[in-house]
Design a protein around this ligand. Structure first.
Ligand code: ATP
Length: 401
């Protein structure tokens, strides 16, 4: 998280609520549907959002449900656990009673997408919660798999409660109503080595880098081809169509690496992880505005703090008018910086280091669970129990004081 100090010193152009909304999946997907992996969007009613926001994790009963969390110290319940023989209020125990249509739409959509999906909300996928899933991934086969991930994710909570935090028009404009959607993407086995984050400043692709911070040797041989492919894709599909001049986008380039899929858009803002770059680098990186025809050198423009928009674009237009040079000439001699993780880079994760660990269980719990499949759930239960005991102990201690 950025400190107040960082926010003040980084020369970002103002990030508005509209910038955030433009990166919401439901806003950009209709326009870019043909260049994204197959996905379906399910509008979420307020009853479902209340469920996501509520404390604790109670899952709707599933066909043939047994009380699977028999001692339930985990705090995670299937509604079947609450079943009483003489109960006539079963409905009230099923959290999906108030959003049955949504539940059924989710079921149908999973089936339509081939039985396995990767879920996300308007902006965030529950990448930080995969530890709680039986698959240890975001792969979901049932609505309950989805609810468990969404309810366990801090990233999803951010979408629900903090979407417009730190925007420049925070106090001057009321928060627009957010049309929350559940995005279900047909599950594909992605090779993380060929996922890239791309940075666009003033409608120019200025930098790109790996999303997965492991070192992949083979990428170095493919670097030029990948850069060209992604640059061409950006020029043809995104440069003039995305509503903002500054933004980031994530792509996947499946083998044989001549096609590009958009996975996501993110705002040009501190909340977006710059990965192997720093925001200061991206904000101040030198970008050519035009090659001088009589010289072989390139004139460079350096961003002024706070100006990565209007002035630069005006300067480009003016230079182009004067010197009759078009964008293609510029592209020929200048390329975005494409950063890969080198073998000994300090940024590189060791293969054993889990990502998003700040959102997970303590390291010794995760390490200890590496022994076998499914054990993480058990550790999760033990962890919850340990937390409760610690809580109890603290309460007792403070009573003693
Ligand atoms: N259809 C899919 N099938 C399987 N995995 C997927 C699919 N789509 C995306 N993923 C994986 O999920 C990851 C997260 O997706 P996405 O980028 O949409 O999440 P996010 O929360 O917006 O991430 P960030 O906050 O880093 O932008 C991707 O990096 C990719 O590895």
């Amino acid at each position: 998280m950025a400190t107040h100090d960082t926010l003040q010193t980084l020369p970002f152009p103002p990030v508005t609520k509209q910038h955030i909304l433009n990166c919401s999946y439901h806003n950009w997907h209709p326009k870019y549907r043909a260049i994204t992996p197959k996905a379906r969007l399910i509008p979420l009613p307020s009853a479902f959002l209340d469920y996501l926001r509520s404390d604790g994790i109670v899952l709707p009963p599933e066909a043939g449900d047994e009380p699977s969390w028999s001692d339930n110290d985990s705090g995670i319940f299937s509604a079947a656990d609450n079943h009483h023989d003489d109960d006539d209020d079963d409905e009230s125990l099923d959290p999906s009673a108030n959003w049955r249509d949504t539940h059924e739409a989710i079921e149908r959509t999973i089936e339509e997408l081939g039985g396995k999906v990767a879920p996300k909300l308007n902006w965030s996928a529950p990448k930080d919660a995969t530890w709680i899933a039986a698959t240890n991934s975001m792969e979901c086969r049932t609505p309950n798999d989805i609810y468990l991930l969404l309810k366990s994710s801090d990233f999803v909570t951010h979408d629900l409660a903090h979407a417009f935090d730190d925007t420049a028009d925070q106090s001057t404009a009321p928060d627009p109503e957010i049309a929350y959607h559940l995005v279900l993407r047909k599950w594909i086995t992605l090779n993380p080595s060929v996922e890239f984050r791309c940075f666009v400043r003033n409608r120019r692709l200025i930098a790109l880098c790996q999303r997965d911070l492991n070192h992949f040797d083979f990428l170095f041989n493919m670097q030029d081809k990948l850069r060209d492919t992604i640059q061409d894709f950006f020029d043809a599909k995104l440069r003039d169509t995305f509503p903002d001049a500054n933004f980031t986008f994530d792509v996947y380039t499946p083998p044989p690496h001549d096609k590009v899929w958009v996975i996501d858009f993110n705002p040009w803002a501190i909340r977006t992880d710059p990965l192997i770059f720093s925001w200061m680098e991206l904000l101040t990186m030198e970008v050519p505005i035009v090659p001088a025809p009589e010289e072989t050198t390139v004139r460079l423009w350096i961003a002024e703090p706070g100006d990565v928009g209007g002035q630069a674009s005006a300067a480009i237009e003016e230079a182009q008018d004067e010197e009759d040079i078009d964008d293609d000439d510029i592209e020929e001699i200048w390329q975005p910086e494409f950063r890969l993780v080198r073998r000994d880079d300090p940024e590189a994760y060791g293969f054993a280091t889990p990502q998003y660990s700040a959102h997970k269980l303590p390291k010794d719990v995760v390490d200890a669970s590496r022994g076998g499949e499914g054990q993480l759930r058990e550790f999760a239960m033990q962890w919850e129990q340990a937390q409760k005991l610690a809580e109890q102990q603290r309460a007792e201690d403070s009573e003693d004081d």
